[in-house]
Design a protein. Sequence first.
Length: 83
Amino acid sequence: MSARPHEYPRGADPTAVPAALGLGFLAVGGWLLGTARPWQKPGSALSLGLGWSASAVFLLCGLLLLARCVRAVHRAGDAAEGR
């Protein structure tokens, strides 16, 4: 009985942790963006600017991590196909 290619044991996925971290960053950035709404609670311009800046940093870092993971997965798929 021969083993099929999808039955070969594989190691852990190296993109799982960065992808989870990227999703976490997106969640934290969205939460910060939702809590730094000036129309619900007037605050100083400094606190609103810091909140929005931190939110933007978290959102961008999350998107970059997810984009790197997607590229790594597609690059590995293309290499397996022989492209």
